[in-house]
Design a protein around this ligand. Structure first.
Ligand SMILES: Nc1ncnc2c1ncn2[C@@H]1O[C@H](COP(=O)(O)OP(=O)(O)OP(=O)(O)O)[C@@H](O)[C@H]1O
Ligand SMILES: [Mg+2]
Length: 226
C-alpha cells in the first residue's frame, strides 16, 4: 500500500508568555492511501493541532512531513504559498471541529465556497447535486445555516469538504454535536465514502463507536503518540 502521509518527529510548540506548550511532541507515523485513521485522546492532547498540521493549515515547529511522497516540511517550509494552497485545495477536504458555516450564505453557497478559489472549475453543478442528494440536504439548499438543525449543519460541512473531490478527508469531531441517530448516519456516510470512493479519512473523535470504523489508530497523550 502506498503511503499518503509520513510524519517524523513532528513537533508543535505554542508559546504562552514564558510557558512552552508541546501540543505535538515528536509524533511519528504514516498513513496509507485508502485507510480510515481514527485519532483519539483526551481533550487538549493535540488532536486538532495534529490534523491541522497534517492538512497543511498550520506549520509544525520541528520534524518532517511528507504528503504523497513530497517533502512539505523538514524544519523549513519547502513550498511557496501558492503550492500550499494547491495542496489544501486538491488533496484535502476539511470538516472543522466548529462548523465554520458562513451565516449570511445559503447552504449551496457554503458548500461551493472551496471552489470559489478555483474559478476554472465551472462544472460544479453536477457534483453539487450529487453530493447534496447523497447527504440528504438538497431540500435545504437555499436555507441559511441558522435555519438548520445541528445534524443538517454537520452534513453541510461534510458536503463542503467533499466538493473538490479530495483524496484525504480530515474530519475533526464530525459528530461532536449530534445525537446517536445522527452520529450513526455520519458514521455510515464516512464508511461508504471510504468504501465506494477510496477516500483516505483522518477521523478525530471522542466517540468510541465512531472511532471503531478506523483500520488504523493514533492515540495522543500530551502531544505524544502512544
Ligand atoms: N493557538 C494556540 N496557542 C496556544 N496554545 C494552544 C493553541 N492551540 C492549541 N493550544 C494548546 O495545545 C494543546 C493541544 O490543543 P488541541 O486543540 O490540539 O487539543 P485537542 O486534542 O484537539 O482537544 P479537544 O479534544 O478539546 O478538541 C492544548 O493544551 C491547547 O491549549
Ligand atoms: Mg480539538
Amino acid at each position: 500500500m502506498s503511503k499518503i502521509i509520513e510524519a517524523e518527529n513532528l513537533t508543535k510548540i505554542y508559546e504562552r508568555g514564558a510557558e512552552k506548550i508541546y501540543a505535538l511532541n515528536n509524533a511519528a507515523f504514516s498513513i496509507n492511501k485508502g485507510e480510515i485513521v481514527s485519532v483519539t485522546g483526551p481533550s487538549g492532547s493535540g488532536k486538532t493541532t495534529l490534523v491541522n498540521v497534517l492538512g497543511c493549515l498550520d506549520n509544525p515547529t520541528k520534524g518532517s512531513l511528507k504528503i504523497e511522497g513530497r517533502q512539505i516540511f523538514d524544519g523549513n517550509i519547502n513550498l511557496s504559498e501558492a503550492e500550499l494552497t494547491r495542496i489544501r485545495r486538491n488533496i484535502f477536504g476539511y470538516v472543522f471541529q466548529k462548523f465554520f458555516l458562513i451565516p449570511t450564505l445559503t447552504v449551496k453557497e457554503n458548500i461551493l465556497l472551496p471552489s470559489v478559489f478555483q474559478p476554472e472549475l465551472k462544472t460544479e453543478d453536477k457534483n453539487l447535486k450529487r453530493i447534496m442528494e447523497s447527504l440528504g440536504i438538497e431540500k435545504r439548499k437555499d436555507h441559511l445555516p441558522g435555519q438548520l438543525s445541528g445534524g443538517e449543519m454537520q452534513r453541510v460541512a461534510l458536503a463542503r469538504a467533499l466538493i473538490n473531490n479530495p483524496s484525504v478527508l480530515i474530519a475533526d469531531e464530525p459528530t461532536g454535536n449530534l445525537d446517536s441517530k445522527r452520529s450513526d448516519e455520519i458514521k455510515d456516510l464516512l464508511v461508504n465514502l471510504n468504501k465506494n470512493r477510496g477516500i483516505t479519512i483522518i477521523l478525530v473523535t471522542h466517540n468510541p463507536q465512531l472511532a471503531q470504523i478506523g483500520n488504523s489508530f493514533i492515540e495522543l497523550r500530551d502531544g505524544k503518540v502512544i
